[in-house]
Design a protein around this ligand. Structure first.
Ligand code: DX5
Ligand code: ZN
Length: 215
């Protein structure tokens, strides 16, 4: 059974409290929060201030995905806002080891995210330092995009790297996850499924989470 992390990006922001309560009442394991700066990705979403409010209501781990340039500048602010996991992009971090070390020293679980074109082999020398690898299965920036099927191959490659070295690292798949394709993503070796539209745009979001959990 995979962990399910609804992504707040697809929520109705006029009803943020109700959306957070829905997540609390569902079988979701984490809440996924997508931060975008309009530089690393073309879109701008929300920052630590919104997360601080959300954190007051949500009673599940907050999985913060930073799609921003020089993310380490903000690590402490996201910790103070209540992030439990902080994931940064390999493409945004020339000093990735230093940034991951900083996140961990602030008391958060560290994650590294890779864009669809970035080979998982590039994770080889950081894998033992992180708790989560976020494999982007769409180009980051927007919800509601189509799952890139080559991600399945990347999941299998990464799973093998993790197994060979007996590491405790979760593979998180982010983008285009649906009730229809979730099973083959899990079968390929995914541990965590991020689901934005599939949960928040469903007529019954709680049932959508349940369907994903049941696979
Ligand atoms: C995309 C974000 C995703 C997004 C997923 O840049 O990182 O977390 O919210 O949305 P869906 O599930 O709708 O593809
Ligand atoms: Zn995300």
């Amino acid at each position: 059974m995979a962990l399910i992390a609804p992504s707040l990006l697809a929520a109705d922001f006029l009803k943020l409290q109700a959306e957070c309560e829905m997540v609390n009442n569902s079988a979701a394991d984490w809440l996924h929060l997508d931060v975008m700066d309009g530089m690393f990705v073309p879109n701008i979403s929300f920052g630590p201030m919104v997360i601080e409010f959300v954190r007051k209501i949500v009673n599940k781990p907050c999985d913060v995905h930073l799609m921003i340039e020089q993310p380490a500048r903000y690590a402490e602010q996201f910790k103070n806002a209540g992030a439990d996991h902080l994931t940064i992009h390999i493409e945004a971090c020339p000093m990735l080891h230093q940034d991951i070390t900083q996140i961990k020293s602030l008391g958060m679980k560290a994650g590294v995210a890779v864009n669809p074109h970035t080979p998982v082999s590039l994770l080889s020398d950081i894998l033992h330092e992180v708790s989560i690898v976020n494999l982007m299965s769409v180009n980051p920036g927007f919800g509601g995009q189509k799952f890139i099927t080559y991600t399945l191959e990347k999941i299998r490659q990464l799973k093998q790297m993790i197994r060979e070295r007996n590491l405790d690292v979760l593979i998180e798949i982010d983008g285009g996850v649906t009730v229809e394709n979730a099973k083959e993503i899990i079968d390929a070796g995914a541990d965590v499924l991020v689901a934005g539209s599939t949960v928040f745009r469903a007529s019954d979001p709680i049932a959508a989470v349940e369907k994903l959990k049941a696979l």
